[in-house]
Write a protein that binds this ligand. Sequence first.
Ligand SMILES: C[S@@+](CC[C@H](N)C(=O)[O-])C[C@H]1O[C@@H](n2cnc3c(N)ncnc32)[C@H](O)[C@@H]1O
Length: 334
Amino acid sequence: MPHDSFDIWAMADLATPFAVRTAATLRVPDVVKDGPVPLAEIAHRCRAEPDPLGRVLRFLVHHGMFTEPETDVFGPNDLSDALRSDAADSPRAWLDLDGAVGRADLAFVELIEQVRGHHPAYPAAFGRSFWEDLAHNSQLSDSFDELMENKTQDIAPLVVAAHDWSVHSRVADVGGGKGVLLAEILKSAPHLHGILVDLVGPSRNAAAYLDEQGVAERAEVVTANFFEPLPFEADCVVLCDVLGDWDDEDAARILQHCARAAGPDGQVLIVELLPDNDRMAQFTELDLRMMIYAGGRVRDLDRIQQVAAAAGLAVEDFTPLDNGYAVIECRPQR
Ligand SMILES: C[S@@+](CC[C@H](N)C(=O)[O-])C[C@H]1O[C@@H](n2cnc3c(N)ncnc32)[C@H](O)[C@@H]1O
């Protein structure tokens, strides 16, 4: 086969990602972590059917994951160990087809219809929007909060270091999930009062999280919809990884409500991944995911500035972080 054609088949393959995700969802790497295990026992412990599971595992063995030291006995290798639940930086939870993001990835089957302009992908795949889906299923909603917790634990210390919090007294984290970033901000600035704002599911988890982090006394949790006027005042409003979930019009509406809550002298901080030449593969992939999951998009600084301007905000400053994100500081336009 000519080389280019071979590369295209490899790029377009669907068997490998689905086989890896099936193994991840069933937690096969955890079951075989101590050494080879007979297929019947793996299937029993994973609550799966032996014949199809064996065919998936054998396929994966021939693609570099797991070993098969004797027929119908499967063991671990470096790749399966990296997919264990307890591996450092394990991708398992992100690939779990029963979790919010693994499930959302399945909406890529509707990409062609979204591109043709027929319908948005996620509602076509699952009958309702991503956020409605989470609201109807607490297991999905909790899995999403945990994934966001994981992601934000890496980002939060960088955001905290990039901004002078001493000038604020009340900081709100809008769409703040469980409160990972807010907790980190409050820990770094003992004078601050914090407000965590999110929908019912995440805000249910936030109170316990803020308590565990030892900042509950200086924090309140507000359940609110950011498409309606926000029921609090704060001199700094943070939006971390929120605007990318929405199209420009919705993003501007969210910013408008945040700007109103921050008042004429307040600040709105937008934390988002920005494009840079070294990370265009990551940026464009996230852009597609945002489009498929929620009809959103990731933006460059110019486009963020335009959306902010539509909400009456001016970008005053921005601080790039080491991981490709930036903290973009906005104030009401004078
Ligand atoms: C991508 S997550 C980011 C969470 C958190 N800021 C972080 O970075 O870990 C987006 C958040 O927006 C929240 N959200 C979505 N729609 C919302 C709405 N209409 N009102 C308030 N929050 C909403 C979600 O529940 C979720 O926690």
